[in-house]
Design a protein around this ligand. Structure first.
Ligand code: GDD
Ligand code: MN
Length: 370
């Protein structure tokens, strides 16, 4: 495969040659992939580019792309665009320029790809991986807590290291995500790219890495801004996935049904009709509304259409009556044991049990997956 190692740099003149040597040493013996290196420099004031240019004279597979400073995420995207358009890249490897990432593990990344991985993540938080021992305690805590929040907040706990920048991925993820990813210009890019690739179905494999603190130059991360960005991202994605979840939608639809039921009941009573007629009409109208809305929205990806709707609607009605019976039964049993004044409590319990009943039947029977 044609592989391009992207190395973003901003003021890394004291690191870059050592890194380039390390990458070439590690990858020259690899025969299964044709590897080039692309340094993406944001016109560093320390003239990192000059150092790279002189290195290029002796190394034909080292490339340099210059741009203006727009953040790490943008630099990576620019590098990948160049890699695709000009270098024919099929695989991207990404690593920091400051010697924090050890090029010696690169062959392992490539082996993981050969075995079918789509997205290889260099991971500090799996056995065999580590963060620097000399990091101050607060840095360790930040890193561990940040990663844990992302890991569980996004709901893909099988990936342990979300924030790092030592990775390899197939070009398809860049191709499909590039326009979406321009929004993540800074360090958040790392999280967003991995997350979105997973949502597209990428098979992730983690390879343990030791992260070493940089010796030359200094970090460009702005910690407080970064932490804020990460929180926002996780929160926003969490809300999006909740909104998309069928249980949430089922509850919204149920609430609408409940309102319809109540309004009809009260309306009928007000014009002098018997509450039983109001209650039953309201219940049936609510059931119709629930059926239509659940079909159109909650279970939209398994939507029932055409003639099958009639049979399904009858099934749905029957299932919903089950919830009514559960609710009635709960109230009856509860009030028999604890007296009539306890009816509200058992009404709520009954609603809860009915909810479970309905949701189970709707998702497993009526709109069951094929
Ligand atoms: N071209 C370009 N433009 N490169 C950049 C920019 C930029 O705006 N900002 C940072 N870089 C480069 C650096 O030169 C370095 O090679 C790499 O990106 C990582 O930047 P550091 O400044 O060394 O960041 P860090 O070590 O504090 O951040 C580490 O943790 C982050 C969060 O966990 C790195 O491992 C990051 O990759 C990681 O996202
Ligand atoms: Mn660094």
């Amino acid at each position: 495969m044609k592989a391009v190692v992207i190395v973003p740099t901003y003021n890394e003149r004291d690191n870059i040659i050592l890194l380039l040597n390390g990458i070439l040493d590690a990858l020259t013996p690899v025969r299964s992939h044709a590897v080039s290196i692309l340094v993406v420099d944001d016109t560093s004031p320390d003239k990192t580019a000059d150092v790279v240019r002189s290195y290029q004279k002796k190394h034909k597979n080292v490339f340099l792309l210059l741009g203006k400073k727009e953040g790490l995420g943008r630099a990576l995207l620019r590098g990948m665009a160049y890699g695709r358009e000009t270098m024919g890249a099929e695989l991207f490897i990404q690593m920091d320029a400051d010697l924090s990432h050890d090029p010696k593990v690169l062959p392992e990344f490539l082996e993981a790809i050969d075995r079918g991985a789509d997205f290889v993540v260099g991971s500090r938080y799996i056995p065999g991986g580590s963060i620097p021992e000399n990091w101050a305690v607060h840095r360790k805590i930040y890193s561990i807590i940040g990663n844990t929040i992302v890991r569980f907040g996004l709901g893909y706990s099988y990936v342990h290291d979300w924030t790092g920048g030592f990775r390899a991925y197939r070009h398809t993820y860049y191709d499909r995500l590039k326009s979406d990813l321009v929004r993540f210009s800074g360090y958040l890019f790392q999280i967003a790219f991995l997350h979105r690739s997973i949502m597209l179905g990428a098979r992730v494999v983690e390879v343990p890495i030791h992260f070493t603190d940089r010796r030359f130059g200094h970090s460009k991360i702005a910690p407080s801004q970064y932490i804020r960005d990460v929180f926002h991202y996780v929160l926003r994605e969490r809300m999006k996935s909740t909104f998309r979840s069928s249980f949430f939608r089922f509850c919204v639809v149920g609430t609408i049904g409940f309102i319809i039921n109540t309004v009809v009941l009260e309306g009928f009573v007000r014009i002098g009709l018997h509450p039983v007629i109001g209650g039953m009409t309201g219940a049936e109208l609510a059931i119709i509304s629930n059926f239509i809305l659940n079909n159109a929205w909650t279970f939209s990806e398994r939507r029932i259409v055409g003639r099958r709707m009639i049979g399904k609607f009858i099934q749905f009605n029957t299932a919903s009556i089950g919830a009514v019976i559960i609710q009635g039964g709960t109230i009856a049993a509860g009030t028999a044991m604890y007296g009539i004044s306890s009816y509200r409590l058992f009404y709520l319990l009954g609603v809860g049990l009915g909810l479970i009943w309905n949701y189970t039947l709707y998702s497993r029977v009526i709109w069951k997956k094929h």
